[in-house]
Design a binder for this molecule. Structure first.
Ligand code: ARG
Ligand code: GLU
Length: 720
C-alpha cells in the first residue's frame, strides 16, 4: 500500500512537474544556467551559446524589435526580414493609395529598386544584455527611505546607461526585473532605413479578420517582408539611395520539414507585459470586476459600430482599423476572464498565499520580513479598487468618445493662451501638430457612430460611477437636459466646433486668443476638461501612490516566494525585453468533448471561402491555385499546411517572433494565442494555452506560387 502510494505520488509529481514546464519567458543570457538541460531533454539540439552568445554570433543576432511593439527575424544574409502582416500593417497602409491599394491587393517588390522606404519604421537589434543589479543599487544603505532609494537608483541607472553607450551609435536601457529586485542593462543598435519588400493581400494576411482573431483553428496568412538597409560600413544610417542591404551577423535557416505533435519549439522575441505574480485579491479584481466591466463597455461600443458598419460600406472601411483595435482587446479580455475562472485562478493564488503565510510565520525573522505583506496587500487593493474602477471608466467610457479624445489634443494650445505662453513659435508648432492629427482624425470619423457612443457611454458612466467621480459639469447638464443624454448629444454635436471638421480647420488657420477662448463655451471641450479635472484631482494621484506602494511590496513578496521555493525556477514578468519560451507542438481540448488538431491546411481556407463575407473572401488567384492543386514543392499529404499551435508561453509583442525547431531552424512565425488560453498573461495553463503560428511553408507557398516572387527564396537558406 505504502509503495503504491509512493509510486502514485511520484507519478503525480512528475505529471505536475512536466505539465508546468511549458510555462515561462526566460532571459536569453541565463538559458545556459537554468534551462538548457530541460530544453535538450525535450528535443533542442543546439547549445545555450547558440541561443545567446556574449562574444560570438548567436540566434539572438537574427532577431529584432520591429517598429514599436512587434518582433521580426532575419531570414537571409542580405537583410531580409519577416514579421506579421498585422505588424507591418501601418507600413502597408502608409504606402497605400487609391492607385496602389497594397492593403487590398498586396505588394511584392520584384527587384531591389522596387523596395519601398518606410520613414518612421525602425528595427532594433539587441547588442547585449548584462545584469547590473549591484551597480544600480550602489550606495544603498539599509536605512534609506523608499523615495531616496528611487532617486539613487534613477541616478545610478542613468549614469550606467550613458557610460555603456559612450562613443558608440548604440542606445541603452536599464530595466528592472521582479519589481526592482534585479536590474539589467540592454544595449541596442537601431536601424532606420527599413524597406517594404512584400505583403500578401489582406484577404490572406488578415484572413478571418476579427471573427477568427484569438481563435483556433486558424487560417490567417499573417506575414509581411521587409529589408534592412545600412551604410557602406554595415552600420545604421538614415535613408539614402546609397545604402545597401544590411549583412546580419546571423540569419535563420528555414526548415521545410514541418511539425509533428510533441516536436520541440521555441519562440524567441519580445513579449510586452505579463503579471504572473499578482496576489489573489488582484486576480479576483481582474476576473470579476475589471475585465467584465471593460468588456461590457466595449460590447456597447462595438454594437453601435457594427450596426453602422454593416449598413454602409464606406463606414465599414473607415472604421475597419478602429473596430479591429477595439475588438482585439475586448475579445482577449473575454478569453482571459473565462480562462481565469476555469483555472480557479483565485483559489490557486489563495492556496499559495496560505502556504506563504504559514512559511512566514514559522520563524521570527521571516515574520518580521514577510508576515505583514499579505494583510497589507489586501488592505491596499481594497483601497485601490474605486480608483482602478474609475480609471477603467475613464479609458473605456469617457475616452471611448472619439470627439472627447480628439478635443483633448487642444489642451496644450488652450493652456498656452491661458498662461500667457502663446508665443509665435509655440503656437506654430502646436498648430502644425494639431493640423496633422485633425487630418488623420476626420479622414476616418463618422459622427453618427460617435454620437451614439457618447450617449451610451455617458449613461453608463453616471449609472455606475459614485458621485465623487462626477465632473462638475454634470450638474449643469442635469439641469439643462433633465438627464437626457440624447438631448445633450444633439445640442453638443450641433454646436461643438469639433463636430465640424471645416470649423476645426478654420480655427487652426486663425489661432489667436479670441478664437481659442471660444473653446471655453464648447460643450465637448468643456465635458472633456471637466472629466480631466476629476481624474487629475481625485483619481490619478491616489491610484499612482497606492500602486507605487504595491510595487515595492511585490519586490519583497517575490523575494519571499523565491526563498520559500528554492527549487522552483522563477522568471521575471514580461517587460518587452528579449525572451525565450519553449514548449512543444500540440493540439488541445477546448471544451468537454472536443479535440483540436495541432495544424490547419489550405482546405480550411476553401471551406471558409464566402465571397459575400468580407473576412472570408478568398482571392481568386488562391482559388485558382487550389482548384488546379498547383501547390508545387509545398505539397504535404496532397495539401498545403497553413498554421500550427504549440505550448509556448507568449504574449502581446511576440507577434512576428520566430518559431524555431530543435535544430535552430525557422518553422513558423508566431502571431496569436488561442482564446481559451489568453489568461496566460496572469496564469499559464499547459492544457489550454497555445500560441498560434503561421507555418513557414505557407509563407513560401504564398511568396513563390501566389505572388510569383520566388526570387526572394533564392536568398534564403532552405533546408529540405
Ligand atoms: N490577436 C492578435 C494580437 O494581438 C492579432 C491582432 C490583429 N488582428 C485583428 N484581427 N485585430 O494581438
Ligand atoms: N497578436 C499579438 C501581438 O500583436 C500576439 C498575440 C498574443 O498576445 O499572444 O503581439
Amino acid at each position: 500500500m505504502r509503495k503504491t502510494l509512493a509510486i502514485l505520488f511520484s507519478a503525480l509529481f512528475i505529471l505536475v512537474g512536466a505539465a508546468r514546464a511549458d510555462e515561462g519567458m526566460w532571459l536569453p543570457l541565463l538559458m545556459g544556467k537554468y534551462n538548457i538541460d530541460d530544453m535538450r531533454s525535450k528535443g533542442f539540439k543546439l547549445t545555450a551559446e547558440d541561443i545567446y552568445s556574449i562574444n560570438g554570433s548567436s540566434i539572438k543576432d537574427a532577431i529584432v524589435i520591429f517598429g514599436r511593439g512587434c518582433t521580426g527575424e532575419l531570414i537571409s544574409p542580405e537583410g531580409l526580414l519577416i514579421t506579421n502582416h498585422h505588424c507591418g500593417y501601418g507600413a502597408i497602409q502608409q504606402h497605400s493609395s487609391v492607385e496602389h491599394d497594397y492593403l487590398t491587393n498586396g505588394f511584392w517588390a520584384m527587384s531591389r529598386d522596387q523596395e519601398l522606404p518606410t520613414p518612421g519604421l525602425t528595427v532594433s537589434f539587441l547588442v547585449k544584455m548584462e545584469e547590473v543589479t549591484a551597480k544600480v543599487l550602489e550606495g544603498l544603505t539599509p536605512q534609506i527611505t523608499e523615495p531616496e532609494r528611487a532617486k539613487l537608483i534613477a541616478a545610478n541607472a542613468k549614469a550606467l546607461a550613458d557610460s555603456a553607450t559612450q562613443g558608440t551609435h548604440y542606445t541603452s536601457r536599464i530595466v528592472p526585473m521582479y519589481y526592482g529586485s534585479e536590474y539589467y542593462l540592454y544595449i541596442y543598435e537601431v536601424f532606420e532605413d527599413v524597406r517594404m519588400v512584400g505583403a500578401p493581400p489582406s484577404a490572406i494576411g488578415k484572413f478571418g479578420g476579427d471573427t477568427d482573431n484569438w481563435m483556433w483553428p486558424r487560417h490567417t496568412g499573417d506575414f509581411s517582408l521587409f529589408r534592412i538597409y545600412a551604410n557602406k560600413d554595415n552600420q545604421p544610417a538614415p535613408f539614402s539611395p546609397d545604402n545597401v542591404p544590411y549583412k546580419p551577423k546571423k540569419y535563420l535557416p528555414i526548415s521545410m520539414k514541418g511539425v509533428n505533435p510533441g516536436d520541440f519549439t521555441m519562440v524567441y522575441g519580445y513579449p510586452g507585459t505579463t503579471q504572473q505574480y499578482l496576489t489573489s485579491h488582484a486576480v479576483k479584481f481582474v476576473a470579476e470586476v475589471s475585465d467584465p466591466q471593460k468588456v461590457a463597455l466595449r460590447d456597447a461600443r462595438l454594437n453601435i459600430m457594427n450596426a453602422y458598419m454593416d449598413a454602409n460600406d464606406t463606414v465599414r472601411i473607415k472604421y475597419a482599423s478602429k473596430n479591429a483595435g477595439v475588438a482585439n482587446a475586448w475579445k482577449k479580455w473575454i478569453g482571459e476572464m473565462g480562462g481565469l475562472r476555469r483555472l480557479n485562478a483565485v483559489e490557486r493564488k489563495q492556496e499559495l498565499e496560505r502556504q506563504f503565510a504559514a512559511w512566514a510565520a514559522a520563524s521570527p525573522e521571516r515574520t518580521k520580513k514577510y508576515g505583514w505583506l499579505l494583510p497589507r496587500f489586501d488592505s491596499l487593493y481594497t483601497a485601490l479598487e474605486p480608483y482602478a474602477i474609475a480609471r477603467d471608466y475613464d479609458r473605456e467610457a469617457v475616452f471611448a468618445v472619439e470627439l472627447i479624445r480628439f478635443s483633448s489634443n487642444f489642451k496644450l494650445l488652450v493652456s498656452a493662451f491661458e498662461s500667457g505662453k502663446a508665443d509665435a513659435e509655440t503656437v506654430t508648432k502646436l498648430q502644425h501638430k494639431l493640423l496633422s492629427s485633425a487630418k488623420s482624425f476626420y479622414k476616418d470619423y463618422y459622427l453618427p457612430i460617435d454620437k451614439q457612443v457618447l450617449m451610451a457611454m455617458m449613461e453608463e458612466y453616471f449609472a455606475k460611477m459614485p458621485a465623487e467621480f462626477h465632473p462638475e459639469i454634470y450638474t449643469e447638464i442635469q439641469q439643462k437636459f433633465n438627464g437626457h443624454w440624447g438631448d445633450f448629444a444633439s445640442e453638443a454635436f450641433e454646436k461643438s466646433v469639433f463636430a465640424d471638421s471645416s470649423a476645426v480647420y478654420k480655427l487652426l488657420a486663425e489661432v489667436n486668443a479670441q478664437n481659442i477662448s471660444t473653446l471655453s463655451n464648447d460643450w465637448i471641450y468643456r465635458l472633456m476638461a471637466s472629466f480631466n479635472t476629476v481624474f487629475a484631482t481625485k483619481v490619478d494621484g491616489k491610484y499612482a501612490a497606492i500602486n507605487q506602494q504595491l510595487d515595492l511590496m511585490y519586490r519583497t513578496y517575490i523575494q519571499g516566494l523565491r526563498e520559500m521555493q528554492p527549487n522552483k525556477l522563477f522568471y521575471p514578468d514580461a517587460n518587452f525585453t528579449l525572451r525565450v519560451a519553449y514548449g512543444s507542438v500540440n493540439g488541445y481540448e477546448p471544451y468537454d468533448g472536443a479535440q483540436y488538431l495541432h495544424y490547419t491546411t489550405i482546405e480550411g481556407i476553401m471551406e471558409k471561402d464566402k465571397p459575400e463575407i468580407y473576412d472570408y473572401n478568398v482571392p481568386q488567384r488562391l482559388r485558382d491555385l487550389y482548384n488546379a492543386r498547383n501547390f508545387g514543392p509545398y505539397t504535404v499529404n496532397g495539401t498545403v499546411p497553413v498554421a500550427f499551435i504549440a505550448t509556448n508561453h507568449t504574449s502581446g509583442g511576440n507577434s512576428g517572433s520566430p518559431v524555431i525547431n530543435g535544430n535552430g531552424e525557422l518553422i513558423g512565425v508566431n502571431f496569436d494565442r488561442a482564446w481559451e488560453g489568453t489568461m496566460s498573461d496572469i496564469m499559464f495553463d499547459p492544457d489550454r494555452c497555445r500560441n498560434i503560428s503561421i507555418d513557414i511553408r505557407y509563407v513560401l507557398f504564398i511568396v513563390d506560387k501566389f505572388a510569383g516572387a520566388g526570387h526572394l527564396l533564392n536568398e534564403m537558406t532552405i533546408v529540405k
